[in-house]
Design a protein around this ligand. Sequence first.
Ligand code: ARG
Length: 563
Amino acid sequence: MDYRSYIAERISAEGIGREEIAESIVVPPDPAMGDYALPCFKFAKVLHRAPALIAQELAAAYPADEVVSSASALNGYLNFKLNRRALAGRFMEEFQEGERGRGYGSSEEGKNRTVCIDYSSVNIAKPFHIGHLSTTVLGAALYRIYGYLGYRTVGINHLGDYGTQFGKLISAYRRWGDREEVERGGIHAVNELYVRFNREATEEMEAEARENFRLIESGDREANDLFEWFKSLTMAYVGKIYDRLHVRFDSYAGERFYLDKMQPVIDELKEKGLLTESQGAQIVDLEGYGMPPFLVLRSDGASLYATRDLAAAFYRKQTYDFDKCLYVVAYQQNLHFKQLFKVIELMGKEWAKDLVHVAYGMVSLEDGAMSTRQGKVVWLEDVLNRCVEKAAQVLEEKNPDLAGKDAIAETVGVGAVIFGALYNNKIKDIVFSYDKALNFDGETSVYVQYTCARCSSVLEKTKGLPFGDARAVEPNDREFELIKALGEFPAAVRSAAENYEPSTVARWCVNAAQTFNRFYLECKIAQAESDDARALRYFLTKATLTALSRGLSLLGIGVPEKM
Ligand code: ARG
């Protein structure tokens, strides 16, 4: 339950919006003052009264009920005390009800609504590098989060499987390639061929590559077999990484898929008088909207990335009838999507408003040895492996007797990479540091996972003790703080979906874990004052473990039982 909104809805002050009130509500540093407080200082100007007086008036008018037991004024603050026992009872009910269904925080609010999510969208025969980390894990997190809220989700990997580079690749392979070697080396070998071609290409080789590309286009059997082979090597490789990241897709319809679906859209552009010729090319003029022209066909008649995206949008609308279509793509493509959405709007499609570019910042590594600046590509696989290796070292130091260390190191190491990409506001550029990501005391997935392991161990140790009625006790400060933190999970999930911002869930996880650890230090289960208190603490520990595990799993991160 969102207590801030609940309180704000019951306050009326002329000229001040409820939302502004809700946002102004703080948690007092000393719980003895109250569970929440509204500082009235900034309202003095609008209300033409001293803050202390405002607080007094609002306190007198506030209707106490079973949620808020009292409102009192103190030095310009309006302090609220919540009815702890009733709210603890309500939380327990909501939690258990959620867990009887698809999980606490899940809902059916997205029922009968469809969200398409275009993410990861790798390029065939090109490196799966660190630049693909964010789109992959952000998109996959949104996919799970929307699913948790009852939406029908369609995960789309818009493969980069079309372009002249495939002609080059065939030329390179025919020149220098060896079937067995490429089978063995997989995507790395394929990429090496491509890089070598670009390094050594002569005029003559370029012409040959163009011819090879034409052969693919005209359906030449051998050229297409080679292309399909490169594609299968790429997909086998990225498939393994997707498995490690717990990422899946419902469709792999890539750029090539749309080649025969562009014409009707181009015809419609023409019909609507949107297509104009410019230096032999077909464009949509966007000057009136402060944008460069949207290139539809090159002067040689060839389509572009943009043309295929245009066809893809129409296809998705027809096929999935989406309520929203998200494109999780780096901010470098801001203009491309602005243009694309504008063109669809100009075509008179009201669903243009449902297209969303979910832009995100860049990820780089703190560790200079693997930086792209030295001309080397940072493969995502290497980052995962390295983080898993480091996780194994850290675990070894912490707990040398841990059983099943390899599997745990995988969960911890891969989780740290995912969490590192999801913890900050998505538009920010991130510098990834292995040491920071694996810090047991930091704002990290490791910290959250460790907290889960702690919960498991406490639950295990206290299983056989006598338990009373958890609802019969008044929660103390730490217990109530934890109830409030856990109670914010559903709102965090909703907000993550609404703002396309999985970091909200990641931050909730860290905050809830920190709150649990404060509770854990002060509130012992075995030595509880009463069986009722013990029951409450046991319940809260279990609820923490469940909610944190759900939060991490929405992000694609697993939870080891022991650490
Ligand atoms: N393959 C593209 C790239 O690596 C991303 C494609 C994103 N999706 C789309 N519908 N344009 O830049």
